[in-house]
Design a protein around this ligand. Structure first.
Ligand code: ZN
Length: 320
């Protein structure tokens, strides 16, 4: 059978100040901090994971707070926007919420027949909320300041600018198993095998536009769901047959990962659905303590004193 990814697993972004990032995603957006860890390749930096109530794959937006970096630059070969799914009828709630909390948002627009509210996080990341009736794997977060009916259902899509589309489309529709499902206003929409919300990637050709740059507010990488390690390894083999150079499988403890750059330059990851965020913490206590993978545990003291203090925001202040 043709291997295929099964939609978005997580998206990882570079943030500015860690406390501002925490206040925005837990307070304003009402997400659950499901894991407080460190960047496994730079342990003086947090890695903060925000998701639904259970850390369901596809709901997880993660950040490396690197406030010393300059702002990122939108451009080709980079993810320029991360749209999230919300239930149909909830955009008016979110517009009111954004007005009260001074979040910068644009006028709602229709994209591929879906009502969409573009907005920006405090460090410049471009996001959107998209109304959809598609059924999602989702567990509400009962301590969220946002009522369950309006909570984010997970990433709906990712939007990328490319210098030229054909090589990226060949990767997506070849080894990664996507199908082209729409074209509108110079955006091409493709859907991973299972289709629907959470399975979309949207590409726009921007020839002549400079290459995007990593920095605060810029997307670092997009990870795509694979069922298990065997499926991930067969995708890795298919991607290397195309002439790309995927890494060996890396154990990220909560999932297993393979990284590669798509032909336009965007960093992609394949990530397994399991073992999951409750591998090292009770589901009820996710995100409360600094969690290190076992191989970093013996350096815990040194790592902890190198990290800034973080305080959970008072969600009562954000509850309306
Ligand atoms: Zn990742």
């Amino acid at each position: 059978m043709q291997p295929s990814v099964h939609g978005i697993h997580h998206v990882t972004v570079i943030a500015g100040d860690a406390q501002e990032n925490l206040n925005f995603y837990v307070g304003v957006m009402g997400m659950r901090l499901v894991k407080k860890s460190v960047n496994q390749d730079a342990t003086d930096t947090y890695h903060l994971f925000y998701a639904d109530g259970a850390g369901t794959p596809g709901t997880d937006l993660t950040f490396f707070p690197w406030p010393a970096l300059p702002p990122g630059q939108l451009g080709t070969g980079i993810t320029v926007e991360v749209p999230f799914a919300v239930p149909t009828g909830s955009l008016s709630y979110w517009q009111e919420r954004f007005k009260k909390l001074n979040v910068h948002f644009e006028a709602p627009e229709m994209r591929f027949g879906e009502k969409t509210l573009p907005f920006t996080d405090p460090h410049g990341l471009q996001l959107a909320l998209v109304e959809t009736d598609d059924v999602r794997d989702f567990v509400p977060w009962d301590k969220s300041p946002v009522p369950a009916d309006f909570q984010l259902r997970g990433m709906h899509a990712v939007r990328l600018w490319e210098h030229t589309l054909d090589p990226t489309v060949a990767l997506l529709t070849g080894p990664m198993g996507f199908k082209k499902v729409g074209e509108e206003n110079n955006w091409v929409r493709l859907a991973a095998k299972d289709g629907g919300s959470g399975c979309f990637i949207e590409l726009k050709a921007m020839p002549g536009h400079p290459h995007g740059e990593w920095g605060t507010g810029a997307v670092h990488h997009v990870a795509w769901r694979t069922k298990d390690s065997d499926e991930e390894m067969s995708l890795q083999a298919a991607i290397s047959r195309l002439g790309l150079r995927p890494t060996p499988q890396i154990d990220r403890f909560w999932f297993r990962s393979v990284y590669f750059r798509e032909p336009g330059g965007t960093l992609f990851e394949l990530a397994t659905d399991g073992p999951g965020f409750d591998r090292d913490e009770d589901m009820a206590a996710l995100g409360e303590k600094l969690i290190l993978p076992p191989w970093l545990e013996r350096e815990r003291h040194k790592i902890e004193i190198g990290l800034p203090l973080l305080n959970m925001p008072d969600v009562k202040k954000y509850s309306f």
